[in-house]
Design a binder for this molecule. Structure first.
Ligand SMILES: Cc1cc2nc3c(=O)[nH]c(=O)nc-3n(C[C@H](O)[C@H](O)[C@H](O)COP(=O)(O)OP(=O)(O)OC[C@H]3O[C@@H](n4cnc5c(N)ncnc54)[C@H](O)[C@@H]3O)c2cc1C
Ligand SMILES: *[C@@H]1O[C@H](CO)[C@@H](O)[C@H](O)[C@H]1NC(C)=O
Ligand SMILES: *[C@@H]1O[C@H](CO)[C@@H](O)[C@H](O)[C@H]1NC(C)=O
Ligand SMILES: *[C@@H]1O[C@H](CO)[C@@H](O)[C@H](O)[C@H]1NC(C)=O
Ligand SMILES: *[C@@H]1O[C@H](CO)[C@@H](O)[C@H](O)[C@H]1NC(C)=O
Ligand SMILES: *[C@@H]1O[C@H](CO)[C@@H](O)[C@H](O)[C@H]1NC(C)=O
Ligand SMILES: *[C@@H]1O[C@H](CO)[C@@H](O)[C@H](O)[C@H]1NC(C)=O
Ligand SMILES: *[C@@H]1O[C@H](CO)[C@@H](O)[C@H](O)[C@H]1NC(C)=O
Ligand SMILES: *[C@@H]1O[C@H](CO)[C@@H](O)[C@H](O)[C@H]1NC(C)=O
Ligand SMILES: *[C@@H]1O[C@H](CO)[C@@H](O)[C@H](O)[C@H]1NC(C)=O
Ligand SMILES: *[C@@H]1O[C@H](CO)[C@@H](O)[C@H](O)[C@H]1NC(C)=O
Length: 637
């Protein structure tokens, strides 16, 4: 879940401020024939379909700056005028550190090192992707930079969208002019789905509307009662601020800077409430989407059902640009967390068995790994009780290991949570691990402290797995699973487990919805786990990156072998490096999703790596090897 610092603790105590401009009135403005006038470059697909398909058919690649077919400065300027001036051509944030850049400014460069991570600087930057390598590492922040800063895989132009009209004009222009289009919201995606060289980016960050719908009713939907209309740019902290004021619960990612209604829910979206209320996709009653033809449509159980299926878990950046959604609003509830750690360290004083501690130290390796297994075994009962077991297995040194455990329970009191984890503590104590807990903490879910700021970008990678229940129920498979997880930790990877069960039954809480495009493996899963590598992609050579990929895949293959019928969570995984990613990420829904993609986007307007239908295109890179980044032309395969 956290690519950069996997076990970060979110700090801060302030309640999020009210989002600016929460009304939808301006955001709902659409592109009209009058706006288009004689500027055919932003016309809808239906009116010039023959012209546009001829153009895309005749060129193997998307247009690139410098090409004859790249729009002229006048055309970009005219687009900007139609957009009311929200077209940006930003330089990379770190350009201020490069003496050869026109933006060079040593104070601004210093700010990146001293202040940026304690502000929302990177989250409010139009280009930054929070994992840097997909951009090609062509402009790394450094106090002593070498070489020049170039745009690399970052977009050339960005539409700072605040209305449906802005999104429609951008989609039409990109399609008609054969320009690569990318969509960026917060930039949390870790494999480059939010960047692309030579592209026009639609930046959804400021589509931040919020409206409480106290007695929502909708044809074809059995859910009745409180719902909310949400803009696709809302971040978790923002949606929480609105929820706290409205006394409701909107399930969301644990990291409060993630975008709830952009990448998170279109890719599935798990949360500490997933075993109680299901995934992000299970919250959605209706969607407002700009499709590849430039049209603005509503997708619901009774309209555009194909899109309603596909967008709910079939991946972001694939079928259209979501501008807003209507989601279930659950009653206010508390999240109650019981935490402890235990450390294997033969050279440190062990915790006395008669005085258990919330941070126990032990000397026995066999006890540590037996405790490791016991914690994960307890993940199933936590999930079955509606909770979320958060763990990290970490190699501290060749002889020392750390296990971090947080049982996150929904709607129960601290004494109840303490009683709930007692059997696990008893098991660990019996194994010779003298662990205890302090009083569990409790917080109204929507009032989790968060400063709405977030650290700086990282430069690494990870892989993940969705673990089916059979691998917990079958002792042979469970043993093999735990052996493989242990080997991952011993090899130096952080094993970040999240036990949860977003079953069909909990997904239907408040009202069942038609089948969603999300990987069906989620419905029978008992854990999602990330396996974090420490490779620094800024300094790795392509050969080193290849070797690291092979090593990580070797570790993952053992985990995969122990979890037949599993898969991987599209939003938190290795992208194209996941073997057979189509079925790992989308399971048996893949073919149906591909059909929707082909029908809705025959032009290939939307493209991002390892998304449905992305096999038809590839980024052509100067240097192959290592990790395929986005710093190259996008061409048909
Ligand atoms: C620190 C951290 C913590 C995380 N924690 C969790 C967690 O607790 N639970 C969880 O499930 N996931 C978690 N994730 C993964 C997260 O859900 C994904 O990275 C998600 O894709 C982020 O979406 P975004 O819109 O914020 O980011 P972006 O990177 O801006 O967008 C992600 C993808 O969605 C597309 N997209 C964005 N907006 C739209 C839109 N309006 N319409 C169509 N496509 C769109 C983008 O093009 C891109 O492909 C975490 C990630 C990080 C880095
Ligand atoms: C390419 O052109 C053919 C007809 O010449 C058309 O049927 C097809 O839809 C076009 N493909 C795309 C992707 O526009
Ligand atoms: C778009 O127009 C605005 C307002 O006139 C201007 O500030 C901005 O620089 C323009 N964008 C580009 C890319 O030229
Ligand atoms: C950076 O942070 C320091 C310490 O918090 C503060 O004094 C300073 O004003 C900040 N600088 C900028 C440019 O925000
Ligand atoms: C860096 O930029 C400078 C100034 O634009 C240019 O003279 C120089 O050749 C560039 N260096 C490289 C390695 O591209
Ligand atoms: C993007 O638009 C928002 C809303 O109008 C504005 O607050 C913000 O400053 C703009 N960002 C940039 C980089 O222009
Ligand atoms: C908030 O909602 C909860 C759960 O429905 C309810 O018990 C509580 O009374 C509500 N609080 C307020 C202030 O309305
Ligand atoms: C840890 O083990 C590895 C592999 O056996 C070895 O190469 C390394 O030197 C060891 N490190 C220390 C600090 O002993
Ligand atoms: C929920 O958490 C709040 C603190 O945010 C606390 O004041 C309240 O007592 C808790 N409610 C329950 C039912 O535990
Ligand atoms: C448990 O899994 C193993 C390995 O896949 C299999 O051979 C065995 O039949 C399974 N046992 C049960 C009871 O399903
Ligand atoms: C579990 O796996 C380990 C390592 O492969 C093996 O030594 C042990 O015998 C297995 N235990 C059971 C109960 O299958």
């Amino acid at each position: 879940m956290h690519t950069l610092i996997p076990f970060i603790l979110v700090v801060g105590t302030t309640l999020a401020p009210i989002a600016a401009g929460s009304s939808f009135s301006a955001a709902d403005t659409q592109l009209t024939e009058r706006d288009i006038g004689n500027f055919k470059a932003i016309a809808f697909a239906s009116s010039i379909s023959i012209l546009s398909s001829a153009r895309t058919n005749s060129s193997r690649c998307k247009a690139f700056p410098g090409d004859q077919s790249w729009p002229t400065a006048d055309e970009w300027s005219r687009l900007n005028t139609t957009l009311g001036g929200v077209l940006l051509n930003p330089l990379p944030a770190a350009s201020v550190c490069y003496p050869t850049s026109p933006a060079f400014n040593s104070a601004a460069c210093n700010f990146l090192f001293t202040n940026a991570s304690s502000t929302s600087f990177y989250l409010d930057d139009p280009l930054t992707s929070l994992n840097l390598w997909p951009q090609g590492n062509t402009c790394i922040a450094s106090r002593t930079p070498t070489g020049n800063c170039t745009q690399g895989g970052y977009p050339v132009y960005v539409v700072n969208a605040t209305s449906v009209k802005h999104v429609q004009a951008a989609v039409n222009f990109a399609r008609n002019k054969n320009i690569r289009l990318v969509i960026k919201n917060t930039g949390h995606d870790s494999v480059g789905r939010n960047v692309g060289a030579g592209s026009l980016s639609v930046w959804t960050h400021y589509l931040r509307g919020f409206e409480l719908l106290p007695s929502h009713k909708q044809p074809g939907v059995s859910y009745r009662g409180t719902a909310a209309r949400v803009g696709s740019g809302l971040q978790v902290w923002d949606a929480f601020g609105q929820s706290a004021r409205s006394n409701i619960t909107l399930p969301a990612a644990s990291c409060l800077t993630v975008g709830s209604y952009g990448g998170w829910f279109t890719g599935g979206g798990h949360s500490p409430l997933s075993s109680t209320y299901g995934l992000g996709v299970d919250q959605v009653l209706s969607l407002d989407v700009v499709t590849a033809d430039g049209r603005y449509v509503t997708a619901s159980p009774t309209a555009n059902q194909d899109l309603f299926f596909a967008v709910r878990g079939g991946g972001g950046s694939t079928y259209g640009i979501v501008t807003s959604a209507i989601v279930k609003a659950h009653p206010s509830t508390n999240l109650t967390i019981a935490s402890f750690t235990f450390t294997l360290n033969p050279s440190a004083p062990p915790t006395p068995v008669e005085a258990p501690s919330p941070a126990a130290t032990i000397a026995s390796s066999s006890a540590f790994w037996a405790g490791f297994n016991a914690v994960f075994a307890f993940g199933a009962p936590v999930a079955d009780a509606g909770g979320y077991l958060w763990t990290n297995g970490i190699k501290v040194s060749n002889t020392s290991y750390l296990m971090q455990v947080r049982a996150q329970m929904v709607g129960i009191s601290p004494p109840q949570a303490a009683a709930f984890v007692q059997p696990l503590l008893a098991t660990l104590n019996a194994l010779g691990i003298p662990v205890s807990i302090t009083t569990p903490t409790t917080t109204v879910y929507a009032q989790q402290p968060n400063p709405s700021t977030g650290g700086g970008p990282g430069n690494s990678r990870f892989a993940s797995r969705l673990f089916p229940r059979a691998s917990w129920d079958n002792a042979t498979l469970f043993n093999a699973t735990m052996t493989a997880a242990r080997e991952a930790v011993e090899a130096g990877y952080t094993f970040h487990g999240l036990n949860m069960s977003p079953t069909k039954k909990v997904a239907a809480t408040g009202g069942e919805l038609p089948l969603a495009g999300v990987n069906p493996v989620w419905r029978d899963a008992v854990m999602h786990a990330d396996v974090f590598d420490t490779i620094n992609m800024a300094t790795a050579t392509p050969a080193e990156a290849d070797a690291a990929n092979a090593r990580l895949n070797g570790v993952m293959d053992k985990i995969r072998a122990a979890t037949p019928g599993g898969g991987a969570y599209f939003n938190e995984a290795g992208g194209e490096l996941e073997p057979d990613w189509q079925h790992s990420f989308f399971g048996t829904n893949y073919d149906k999703l591909l059909k929707v993609k082909r029908e809705r986007d025959p032009w290939g307007v939307f493209w991002a790596p390892a998304t449905v239908g992305s096999e038809s295109w590839a980024v052509e890179l100067a240097v192959q090897g290592g990790l395929k980044n986005q710093n190259g032309r996008l061409c048909r395969v």
